[in-house]
Design a protein around this ligand. Structure first.
Ligand code: GDP
Length: 475
């Protein structure tokens, strides 16, 4: 239907004649009651020095909200801990949960919901308790940005290991700053300097060496350095100037959700914006509900939760998925109809699955892309192959399409590689290695391309051909 000249004048609080004049000058004379196209509205508003963005129904339903800068208030940082298995993620989260808690109380702390919060120097930090880069990246693949800062934990007696590197690449792909916790410094044989040295190879350089990353030596087991680590998180948060508008309808992401026998659908939500209240009508992914109760990370019932606060909510009529967005509606009917609409759309989308970039569709995909980039994940049987391939890629003409290797490692193609590729719209190149069966299934499901080669020149030839849209279809 569109807005009329009179509507726009009303919206901008100006005389409609001013708009009619502008329209005339733009070569599109219209009268008061004629409707204007969205582009025209934006153009005229711009001409009048006003910023108007016409939202489509789609955009209204998506989660890009606008806040006046004066409504923004500081919010706590949200942190995820990542690192190699056994380097101490669980121990660190446990140590953090016990920070600032009196001895006697400590025994009573259970992990109530999928997130926790600590208070240090009178400021709050939110931790997501599902450590690991798989969860982190799976969330990102679903469009959820739920982490402001990553703590990369590296055991000082073990140093940089494969999952350390994976974690770095996952955090980098998400453009989230990394603070390094060098753990287990209580152990004989711990060598924190070696960890620093090793990490420089991956672009993680300590501030004391002129780099960008804060490093803190800790012992999760002996509770050493935990406060310093938390203070570093606050310092990083200050740099990021994290803010949100607390005084509006809440929106955010689902961290995890399950069906509980007694309580029904139980979802842990992280609020990004606004404040969530008991009684709110909400849509999370495809499910709708009215919030019946909310539980904070300490297991207490609460009636509201602001930006960066995690809460477990009861009252959804079905179980949403981790990473789903949620949003509160003023009108319960609107919420219900959006959930219905989404469920229908999801069914249609399931039928025409979104396709990721492949070498074959690269050229046509790039033609209408703003940034022309090809993201690659390279897995190979030996380090030498990765280097040789990287070398050839570096020499390739990248004036048309920039080629980024977002992750490379020796070993078979795993499900984690596919998750990263899915989130980063990347192609996986296997060199002398094959995908694990789980990875293969995941790639098929997500529409991620995996190409395997045994000779380098063939791979280079394909990428080169794909770059200019000349790749011949195989079989
Ligand atoms: P995750 O796999 O990364 O979650 O690692 P865990 O937290 O489960 O820790 C793996 C092992 O390392 C456990 O046996 C812990 O007790 C031990 N550990 C963790 N942190 C420390 C530490 O600071 N010092 C020592 N000596 N051992 C630790």
């Amino acid at each position: 239907q569109g807005s009329t000249v009179a509507d726009l004048a009303d919206l901008l609080g100006i005389n409609p004649n001013d708009i009619i004049k502008r329209l005339f000058l733009l070569g599109t004379p219209l009268t008061m009651t004629e409707s204007m196209s969205d582009e025209l509205i934006e153009l005229v508003a711009d001409d009048l020095g006003r910023d108007v963005k016409v939202m489509t129904k789609e955009e209204e339903n998506s989660f890009t909200f606008y806040d006046d800068p004066k409504d923004l208030k500081p919010r706590p940082p949200v942190v995820t801990v990542m690192g190699h298995v056994d380097h101490g993620k669980t121990s660190l989260l446990d140590a953090i949960r016990h920070t600032g808690v009196a001895e006697g109380e400590a025994g009573g702390i259970t992990q109530a919901i999928g997130a926790s919060q600590v208070k240090i120097n009178d400021r709050i930090i939110t931790f997501i308790d599902t450590p690991g880069h798989e969860t982190f990246t799976a969330m990102r693949a679903r469009g959820a940005k739920v982490t402001d800062i990553v703590i990369l934990i590296v055991a000082a007696d073990d140093g940089v290991m494969p999952q350390t590197i994976e974690s770095i690449n996952h955090a980098k792909a998400a453009e989230v700053p990394i603070i390094v916790a060098v753990n287990k410094i209580d152990k004989p044989g711990a060598d924190p300097t070696r960890v620093r040295q090793e990490l420089t190879e991956y672009g993680i350089i300590p501030e004391e060496w002129g780099g960008q990353n804060m490093f803190v030596d800790i012992s999760a087991k002996k509770h050493m350095g935990i406060d310093t680590l938390l203070e570093s998180v606050l310092l990083e948060a200050d740099v990021l100037e994290l803010k949100a508008n607390p005084d509006t309808f809440a929106s955010g992401n689902v961290l995890e959700a399950k069906l509980d026998r007694g309580r029904g659908s139980v979802a842990t939500l992280l609020v990004n914006r606004g404040t969530l209240h008991v009684g709110d009508a909400i849509v999370a992914g495809l499910s709708f509900g009215k919030i019946r109760a909310m539980i904070d990370p300490r297991g207490n019932n609460v009636t509201e939760a602001g930006p960066s606060y995690p809460v477990e909510v009861l009252g959804l009529q079905s179980v949403p998925m981790a990473g789903d967005e949620f949003r509160v509606f003023q009108d319960e009917r609107d919420a219900r109809s959006l959930a219905d609409e989404r469920a229908l759309k999801a069914r249609i989308e399931e039928q025409n699955k979104v396709k990721h970039v492949t070498l074959e569709n690269l050229f046509t995909t790039m033609e209408d892309a703003e940034v022309k980039e090809l993201n690659l994940i390279i897995k190979a049987d030996v380090q030498g192959s990765i280097e040789a391939l990287q070398d050839s890629l570096d020499k390739m003409d990248q004036s048309e399409v920039r080629i980024n290797t977002i992750h490379s490692a020796v070993g078979a193609i795993t499900e984690t590689d596919v998750i990263l590729a899915d989130a980063s719209n990347a192609i996986i190149i296997g060199f002398g290695v094959r995908p694990e069966s789980k990875a293969k299934a995941a790639a098929e499901h997500a529409g991620v391309e995996i190409r395997t080669y045994s000779v380098i020149y063939k791979c280079i030839e394909d990428i080169d051909a794909a770059r200019i849209g000349m790749l011949k279809p195989t079989e």
